[in-house]
Design a protein around this ligand. Structure first.
Ligand code: BGC
Length: 384
């Protein structure tokens, strides 16, 4: 999809009070009207559409949905927008009351969302915002700008600790069809831009970032101009090809110690594998997000520096409560809906679930506490 479609989107952080006003038609007594999730028949009332089973993040979410909503129907869209549309339409035909919708492309998802609304079905956007439609009841998410800040800050802190000027910074972005990718980049830019501007970092592979180095706050168009050439589309293969291209265009001096903004764990694995295969690269500082199994192992082994854990358990718990409210026609829990995001058509009431920054220091603890993994003799495996 064209990035211009996203140009009007942005984060609108509002006070909880403001949110209640825009999301709650019975404002005044929100705490007493919070629904009883027990009234929901998960198998009949709810349909969950998840974007891409090849991304660990969404299979983690699937497991949480199965645990929290017994019998709920979950359909994967295989990262194909036409499959996604069919999935939503089959839930509409089945007569569910609420669709929990994790879209592939935020703008493309508006049409199916509007179809659902016409059939009287409520839509909750899951992790990724659905753009340009008023028909999104709620948006459950983490603070994606904060995720990007954590990634950028990690690299900035390492650079400051190591000292010097002209340190080699490589930038990679998520999928420009995913609104989150912009928010992650926005957060990372906040932390990295001052160090690009003062010469601490030299951006090796993204000339548009160097051109914009003195611009602290980028417009969507400017973000897009930087991100388009370095978009991984969230695909490890694309990430690998981009990393190969970046290294092919780099001088020996631009290798050595490198600082790599990698948008998520799968792309980070592909990028850092590629960098490690280049003998002129000696030290790699790299980011990620998701706490994917392989990245837990990579962090333990010193092959990836950090990740950000976004526990889907929180989002799914929020969905349990919000579905209850939507089915019963009551106000959403004000402790869940604490902010809003403008999707180009409306301010969508949203949550802001807690993130955890993970490095070698806490990776074993966080991975074990997540309930998803076991670690035996330095080897991480999926908990069955
Ligand atoms: C999610 C990330 C995920 C990425 C790729 C983003 O929208 O927020 O957690 O790694 O999509 O699936």
């Amino acid at each position: 999809m064209g990035w211009k479609q996203l140009a009007v989107a942005g984060v609108g952080v509002a006070l909880a009070l403001g949110m209640t006003a825009c999301s709650n038609s019975n404002s005044g007594t929100p705490t007493n009207t919070t629904s009883t999730p027990g009234a929901v028949n998960w198998a009949k009332d709810v349909g969950v559409v998840l974007s891409d089973p090849s991304q660990p993040r969404w299979t983690m979410a699937e497991a949480q949905f199965k645990a929290a909503m017994p019998g709920v129907q979950i359909m994967f869209s295989n990262n194909d927008t036409s499959v996604e549309k069919t999935n939503v339409e089959s839930f509409i035909a089945a007569g569910v009351k609420v669709i929990i919708y994790n879209s592939i492309d935020g703008a493309a998802a508006a049409a199916a969302t509007d179809e659902a609304a016409k059939a009287g079905i409520k839509v909750i956007a899951y992790d990724r915002l659905i753009m340009n439609t008023k028909n999104v009841s709620d948006y459950v998410t983490f603070d994606s700008v904060q995720v990007g800040e954590a990634q950028g800050k990690y690299l900035a802190d390492q650079a400051k600790a190591n000292g010097g000027k002209g340190l080699n910074l490589y930038l990679f972005a998520g999928d420009v069809g995913d609104n989150n990718a912009f928010l992650f980049f926005e957060g990372a830019w906040k932390e990295l831009q001052p160090l690009i501007a003062d010469g601490t970092f030299n951006v090796v592979n993204a000339p548009q970032a160097t051109q914009l180095k003195d611009t602290a706050t980028l417009t969507r168009d400017q973000e897009s101009s930087i991100m388009q050439p370095i978009t991984t589309l969230w695909k490890p293969d694309t990430a690998k090809t981009l990393a190969e291209g970046a290294l092919a265009g780099a001088t020996t001096a631009q290798k050595g110690t490198v600082y790599v903004l990698a948008p998520n764990d799968q792309t980070s694995q592909a990028i850092t594998d590629t960098f490690r295969a280049d003998k002129a690269v000696t030290t790699i500082y790299s980011t990620g997000q998701d706490l994917a199994l392989q990245s837990v192992q990579y962090i333990m082994d010193g092959k990836q520096s950090m990740t950000v854990f976004k526990d889907d358990k929180y989002l799914v718990q929020e969905c349990v409560s919000l579905v209850g409210s939507l089915v019963n026609g009551t106000a959403p829990d004000p402790t869940i809906i604490t902010t809003s995001y403008n999707n180009g058509a409306a301010d969508i009431p949203a949550s802001a679930a807690q993130i955890t920054v993970v490095t070698k220091d806490n990776v074993q603890q966080v991975a074990t506490d997540s309930g998803m993994y076991t670690i035996t003799n330095g080897v991480v495996s999926q908990k069955s």
